[in-house]
Design a protein around this ligand. Sequence first.
Ligand SMILES: Nc1ncnc2c1ncn2[C@@H]1O[C@H](COP(=O)(O)OP(=O)(O)OP(=O)(O)O)[C@@H](O)[C@H]1O
Ligand SMILES: [Mg+2]
Length: 526
Amino acid sequence: MMDDSLVIVSDVIAKRLEFEVLISDLSARFVNIPAGQVDREIEEALGKVRAFFDVDRCGMFEVSPEIGEARLTHLDMADGIQPVPMRIDYLRLFPWSGDRLVRNQEVMELHTRDYPPEATVDRASAEAMGIKTTLRIPLPYEGVVRHMIVINAVKEERVWPKEYLPRLRLVGEILANAMERKRADERIRQTLEEVQRLRDRMQMENVYLREQLRREDGQAHIVGESEGILRMLAQAKRVAPTDSTVLIIGETGTGKELLAQAIHDMSSRSGKTMVTVNCAALPPLLIESELFGREKGAYTGATTRQVGRIEVADGSTLFLDEIGDLSSDLQVKLLRVLQDGRFERLGSNRTLTADIRVIAATHRDLGAMVRDGKFREDLFHRLNVYPIEVPPLRARVPDIPLLVWRFVQEFNRKMGKSVDSIPRQTMERLKQYPWPGNVRELRNLVERAMIGCDGRSLAVELPAGARGPTQIPVTLEEVERKHIRDVLESVHWRVSGKRGAAEILGLRPTTLHSRMKKLGISRPKP
Ligand SMILES: Nc1ncnc2c1ncn2[C@@H]1O[C@H](COP(=O)(O)OP(=O)(O)OP(=O)(O)O)[C@@H](O)[C@H]1O
Ligand SMILES: [Mg+2]
C-alpha cells in the first residue's frame, strides 16, 4: 500500500520533471531562431507537447477578435487520426467556446458530451471532428487574446492533472511570442521593401525631371491662334481635369508631345512629372522592360534591377508616344494595365499596381491598322476614349508668322542675336510652303537661318524643291489661285476625303471644284 502510493508520487514527479525539461528546452530553442524557421520549429514543439500529453491532436490558433476570426496556423496529429482542415475558423465552428475564449477563459477539460444545451453548434463541430475531450488555453498579448493552444483527445475521453495547465500556458506563450516576432520581422521587411521601392522611384523621377527640364527649356506653351489650334486647345482643356485616356493624332512634328505635356500640366496630376515612353525608339524587349521594369537576371544581359516607367508614373501621367509602333505582344500587356492597373516586372511574378492616366500619341491611322489586323481592336477602343487631332501646319497658315517670331525670339536669346525683322516676301513664302515636317521643320529652318544671320533682318532659305513665287501676287484672285494650287500640291491633288485639299481649305469638294474651274487650276499632266 505504502509502496504503491510512493510509486505514484514518484511517477508524477518524473512526469513533471519531463515537462520542465521540455519547457526549458523550448525556451532555449526559440530565443534566437530566424523568422524563416519559426513555423517548422513550432510544429516540432507541438509534436513534443502532443507526445508528452499522449493525445491525438495539438494545434496553435491565431485569434483576431476584431474581425471575429480564429484560424488554425500549426497542427500536429497522431497517425491514423481523422485529419482536420488546416484552415478552420474556430469562432465560426465554436461560437459558444469562442465567446469564452476572447474573454480569456481557459478550459481544462471539456468532454464533448458535456457541452451545455446552448452550445449545440460547438457540440456538432466537435463531434464532426471526432473530438472526445478538449483542453484549450487562450494566450493574451497586450491584454487581447491573440493566440491559443488547443489539445484534443480523439480516441477516448481524457483527464489531465490540473498542475499541467500553467506549464502548458508557458509553452503556448513561447510559441505565440515566436509567431509575433516573425510577424514583426515580416512587417519590417515589407517596410524596407517599400522604402527601397520609393527610393528607386524617386531616383527615376529625378532623372525624368531633369530630362524634361532639358527638353522643355522652360518653353512649354503652345503657340497659335488659328481656328484649328483653338479647337484643339478647347478639347485639351475639357479633357485635362478628367482622368480619361486621351489619344493624340497628328502628322510628324505637329506638336503632339507638346500637347500631351499641356494636358498633363492642366490636370490634377501636374504636381508629378509626366513620364514618357517612346514605343518606337527601342526593340520590343527593351521597351517591355522600360515599361514594366525587370528584376536582375530577367533575361540575358539584364544585370541590374530596373523600375519600369509605369511604376514611376504611379499617381501621374504616362505618355505613350508612337503607340502605333507597339509590338503585338506588348499591346496585350498594355491592355491589361489599362484595364485594371496591374502588371508584373519582367522576371518576377509579383503583381504590382499603378494608378496612371494615359495619354497616347501616334502619327499613324490606328483605325486602318485595326482593319489590317496590325493593331488590337480592344486596345484601340481603350485608347480612343477621347481623340484629339493636331492639325498639320499647312492647315493653320495664320499660325506660321506667330511660330516664326516665337522661334526667332528663342534663338535670339540662345545665340545672343538681335534679329527683329523679316522681309514681307520671306514671310509670304514661309506661309505658302506646305511644311511636310510641320512645326519641327519650321523650327529647324528658323534655327538654321539664325545661325547664318548676323544682322537684324532674317533671310530664310526654303528647302530645295519648295516652290516660292517668282513674284509676289498682287490681286486677291492671284493669292487665292496660288494658295489653292499650293494646298492641292501638298496633298498630291487629292480634293476630297480626310486631309484632302477641300477639308484643309474648309470647303466642300464640289465648291472647291467649281472654284478651281473658275480660277483655271487643273492638275498638271505628268
Ligand atoms: N504650337 C506650337 N507652339 C510652339 N512650339 C511648337 C508647337 N507645336 C510644335 N512645337 C515645337 O515643335 C517641335 C515638335 O513638336 P513635338 O515634338 O511635340 O511634335 P510631335 O508631333 O510629337 O512630333 P513627332 O511626331 O515627330 O514625334 C517641338 O520643338 C515643339 O516644341
Ligand atoms: Mg513626338
